[in-house]
Design a protein around this ligand. Structure first.
Ligand SMILES: NC(=O)c1ccc[n+]([C@@H]2O[C@H](COP(=O)([O-])OP(=O)(O)OC[C@H]3O[C@@H](n4cnc5c(N)ncnc54)[C@H](OP(=O)(O)O)[C@@H]3O)[C@@H](O)[C@H]2O)c1
Length: 233
């Protein structure tokens, strides 16, 4: 049977490269994009590497999530991999108390509430197909050189969800796994295409991320750093 993966925010950046790597590995890839035109352009380019299809999804919008879940459940019931990649950093320069609540909620909706709702909606398929949820995340310890309040506080619950759901899957004996990868700095639009010795290209990040999917190990419940070490909270 065709292995089918859904990658959110796959029209550019790391998500696009994850989609490409999965296509090269023989997956059918459902390319998530919130904008129809940008999504169609990405799918047209990705079709050079395999079987790619557009799923329009705004992860900040619960109705859009419901529609995507219904479409995938009806048309791609073989889905066995969900990559929660779509993400935004919020303002990376403001100090914590300068955010207003709406601004903070907008970042949390994209980075946590949306991925939670989508994962919950697709969980029956992922269980039926012994599948995997992979979350693309960041370290959540505020550091002097990386103290991004909206970004960090919105990814923290995603990392907790990864560990919590992983623990519950195991306890309930459910044939599904969840893990997160924190790829380190990657040169993309998200950080104004920052460059430097410590930065990866999106293709290098995707190689790392997909590598953890294909290494044959059970990563359930793990939040994995770019160097393979595990986040311990
Ligand atoms: N870049 C890094 O250094 C780095 C490091 C660690 C983790 N990450 C994580 O990697 C993931 C991908 O980031 P990236 O660096 O590749 O950034 P990017 O180039 O800005 O790509 C972000 C993707 O998410 C999509 N997106 C944003 N808001 C969305 C929404 N409401 N609904 C659906 N899609 C939405 C974007 O779509 P549009 O094109 O429509 O905006 C785009 O496809 C994020 O979760 C990020 O936190 C990045």
């Amino acid at each position: 049977m065709t292995k089918t993966a859904f990658v959110t925010g796959a029209n550019k950046g790391i998500g696009y490269e994850i989609a490409k790597r999965l296509l090269e590995e023989g997956y059918r890839v459902l390319v998530g994009a919130r904008n129809q035109e940008r999504g169609e352009a990405a799918v047209a380019a990705l079709q050079a590497f395999g079987d790619a299809h557009l799923i329009v999804l705004d992860i900040a919008d619960l109705q859009s999530i419901d529609r995507a879940v219904a479409t995938i459940t009806n048309q791609y019931p073989e889905l066995s991999l969900l990559v929660n990649n779509a993400g935004i950093p919020g303002d990376m320069h403001k100090v914590g108390w300068e955010f207003d609540v709406e601004e903070l909620q907008a970042t949390h909706r994209v980075n946590f509430i949306g991925p939670f709702a989508l994962s919950k909606g697709l969980l029956p398929l992922l269980i039926a197909n012994k599948g995997t949820i992979q979350n693309i995340s960041i370290p959540i310890e505020p550091l002097p050189y990386f103290n991004t309040f909206a970004y960090t506080t919105s990814k923290a619950p995603l990392n907790v969800m990864t560990k919590s759901w992983g623990m519950s899957f195991e306890k309930e004996n459910l044939p599904v796994t969840i893990f997160a990868v924190m790829p380190g700095g990657v040169t993309t639009d998200l950080n104004g295409n920052m460059t430097g010795d410590f930065m990866k290209t999106p293709a290098q990040a995707a190689q790392l991320i997909v590598g953890f999917l294909l290494d044959g190990e059970n990563h359930n419940g793990q939040v994995i750093n770019y160097d393979g070490t595990l986040a311990v909270y």
